[in-house]
Design a binder for this molecule. Structure first.
Ligand code: F6R
Length: 241
């Protein structure tokens, strides 16, 4: 795993932006895997700026998001569909037809999981997958204990993950209990993975990811087995290495 150490959140976002733009410009049909959460917000802002200043076009890009809550309509302001449109898709020229998220309100969720795997495969798999890091080592919504062989599936969310995400909801009761997520095997098939980590609260997780054993009890540890992972982390996130 290559570790790029940067000063702070803004520097992390800038470095990630450079790497994503290089992929989008050098690949005639780029396929990006995207994440939600607080970590990539700065990156998405920069991508919008670069697009608006005529630096890049996303017309040939396809995107697949990692995950979506189960039970929230797409129009709900807490859905990841809504997040992605607000924070990126509405402001760039990425065609709607090539911006994919799992549909958490699909009538047949099992079929939705299989279909999601199929469209990723048909797109030729993901060239660059962006990841954030959960405090408990989750990637996507793959919580501790998830099989490294998992494909896109339905998960019961950990209490700690619901708690961490409750800041976006009016009350804890409104935080969904399930999500659809790409599986760990799905993520590991990406040709390149860019993991973004910022802030002191992630320092323990980063230390365990880099120095701990590879174990399903800490899902992100699987990244040690991937040949092309770049972690862009700021000084605080790396403070316990
Ligand atoms: C989001 C996702 C999650 C987050 C992780 C970190 O699509 O899959 O794994 O990347 O929970 O979240 P933040 O960035 O809010 O700290």
């Amino acid at each position: 795993m290559e570790i790029i150490k940067v000063k702070n959140y803004d520097a992390m976002s800038l470095k990630a932006c450079e790497l994503i733009l290089a992929e989008v410009k050098n690949n005639s049909k780029p396929v990006l895997g995207l994440a939600t959460g607080s970590t990539p917000e700065g990156l998405y802002q920069l991508l919008i700026e670069r697009y608006k200043s005529g630096n890049v076009s996303f017309e040939e890009t396809t995107t697949f998001n990692l995950d979506e809550y189960v039970g929230l309509p797409a129009a709900d302001s807490n859905s990841y569909f809504y997040y992605m449109h607000e924070k990126l898709f509405n402001h760039i020229d990425l065609p709607d037809t090539r911006a994919f998220l799992p549909r958490g309100n699909a009538s047949d969720l099992q079929k939705e999981c299989l279909d999601y795997e199929k469209i990723i495969r048909e797109a030729g798999n993901i060239d660059v997958q962006l990841l954030g890091l959960g405090l408990n080592g989750h990637i996507g919504f793959n919580e501790p204990g998830t099989s490294f062989d998992s494909r896109t599936h339905i998960v019961e969310l950990d209490e700690s993950t619901r708690q961490a995400n409750s800041r976006f909801f009016a009350s804890m009761d409104e935080v969904p209990t399930q999500a659809i997520t790409m599986g760990i095997a799905t993520i590991m098939e990406s040709k390149k993975i860019i993991l973004l980590v910022s802030g002191e609260k992630k320092a323990d997780a980063v230390s365990r990811l880099v120095n701990g054993e590879v174990s399903e009890e800490f899902p992100a540890s699987v990244l040690q087995k991937h040949e092309n992972v770049i972690m862009i982390a700021d000084e605080e996130a790396l403070s316990k290495l």
